[in-house]
Design a protein around this ligand. Structure first.
Ligand code: PMP
Length: 441
């Protein structure tokens, strides 16, 4: 039964049992309306209430500043790999267009010639200066960079760092030092940048690598429209597990299915200055003339934002589950907010890494560099290899410790230590790690 197991799945992941229990009631008969929440119209006042209260709770839990808007999207993390490209290239084009127009007008170009000249200049700038910077530190940032190549071509994508090139075994298990990153140079640095954005994945779910904090190198130029690096972070697998200085990011996105709720919902935090009216959407006809892709409406941040996340049929039941998870964290941790959860996540991770480190001959933690070890996805190998790993997994299952198999692309064992994994669950696993190693030595 559910109470006898601890589920360490990497996503979809465990959800708190009391929330699932109230969810079953909400599915059948929401607030005594006789109709289930998944059946109610997404345009009903009741759905608006669910949406707004979930937004308010998230704003409070993560201390999201007023400079940032919260959107609910669909299409998962993978949808966002494409969305960030479409939308931030749009921002880049609009900023360059405005600048070109202002400069041409100032130099006395005739009104009727301005549009043609702006177009010529934009074409040249796109050919020579439009770049997207990616920090590739694991499988998911790699995938995101590959999506950018698919949409815009490889000449536009600058892999500012690839962690495999500095690791001893050519695999993802570290983060190269910031000073070595080959970011597109800003004008202040003598270049033609900055890039339309710098992208990174805050926690690499498959490889167990997590950024210890905001990369300071990316803060250069902050606050200046022309020079600032617009930072995008994929927080799909560590959102709500630690404090984040949201104000420093242009965009943060996260699929809900690990720490927040059900599959089918994506959270997006976006700086308002990147949205209309501050930054208008470039006209599709302009993008056509520039041979740049036009964002599908469903992935367009300005369109979703102007419809208050109700552009199409949003899964309101998913939003409700997310709202329950978020508000339960708020009530559990009070003024500590997400820092309260951070302490719990850190202590579970410390417990598990310590157990693995006690038995160096039996277990090998994949990420040796302690500064970048993920608190959320703890990846390790069992010596001497395959058979030992199979035995480890079998013994774990016998104790109700489930879903510990590593991602198919890397093998080994992976403990996903998301928020719904209790401290007691982590303790049971830590005991098993000791017992298995004790029997093996
Ligand atoms: N980014 C990260 C960090 C992930 O862990 C995942 C999925 N596990 C994705 C993106 C892709 O998300 P989705 O499956 O929702 O498209």
């Amino acid at each position: 039964s559910r109470s006898e197991v601890t589920y360490f799945g990497a996503g979809p992941a465990a959800l708190p049992t009391p929330i699932l229990e109230s969810a079953t009631l909400a599915l059948l008969n929401y607030n005594n309306t006789g109709v289930g929440l998944a059946e109610h119209s997404h345009r009903s006042p009741l759905a608006a209430e669910v949406l707004n209260s979930t937004k308010d709770s998230l704003r409070s839990l993560l201390s999201v500043p007023d400079t940032h808007e919260i959107l609910f999207m669909q299409g998962g993390g993978t949808g966002e790999f494409a969305a960030v490209v479409y939308n931030l290239v749009g921002v880049w084009v609009e900023r360059r267009r405005r600048k070109a127009e202002a400069e041409l007008v100032a130099t006395g170009v005739k009104k009727e010639d301005v549009d043609t000249k702006v177009l010529e200049r934009l074409k040249q700038e796109i050919a020579e200066e439009l770049k997207l910077d990616y920090l590739v530190t694991g499988s998911w940032s790699l995938k995101a960079s590959q999506e950018a190549v698919r949409l815009l071509g490889k000449d536009r994508v600058n892999i500012a760092t690839d962690a495999r090139t500095v690791s001893a075994d050519g695999k993802f298990n570290t983060i190269p030092p910031e000073a070595s990153w080959n970011l597109t140079s800003t004008k202040a640095e003598g270049g033609k940048g900055p890039a339309a954005f710098v992208y990174y994945c805050d926690n690499e779910t498959v490889d167990g690598v997590e950024f210890p904090g905001f990369p300071e190198r990316l803060a250069e130029g902050a606050g200046e429209e022309d020079e600032e690096r617009l930072v995008i972070a994929d927080m799909s697998s560590n959102i709500l597990s630690r404090k984040v200085d949201v104000g420093r990011f242009a965009v943060i996105f996260a699929g809900a299915q690990k720490n927040v709720g059900l599959t089918g919902l994506t959270l997006l935090l976006i700086r308002r200055s990147l949205l209309p009216p501050h930054t208008p959407i470039p006209a599709p006809t302009l993008l056509h003339s520039l041979s740049l892709p036009v964002p599908p409406a469903i992935l367009s941040y300005p369109i979703i934002s102007s419809a208050s996340s109700l552009y199409n049929t949003i899964p309101i039941f998913d939003v409700w589950v997310a709202g329950q998870v978020i508000s339960s964290l708020l009530s559990r941790f009070g003024d500590l907010k997400v820092s309260g959860q951070e302490e719990v996540a850190d202590s579970k991770a410390r417990l598990l890494y310590a157990a693995l480190e006690r038995w160096e001959g039996v277990y090998r933690i994949v990420v040796q560099d302690k500064r970048v070890r993920s608190r959320m996805n703890i990846c390790f190998r069992v010596n001497p290899g395959d058979e030992a790993e199979k035995a480890f997994l079998k013994g774990a299952e016998e104790r109700g410790l489930l879903a510990l198999k590593g991602h198919r692309s890397v093998g080994g064992i992976r403990i996903s230590n998301y928020n719904a994994v209790s401290y007691e669950g982590a303790e049971k696993l830590s005991t098993y790690i000791d017992d298995f190693a004790d029997a093996a030595t």
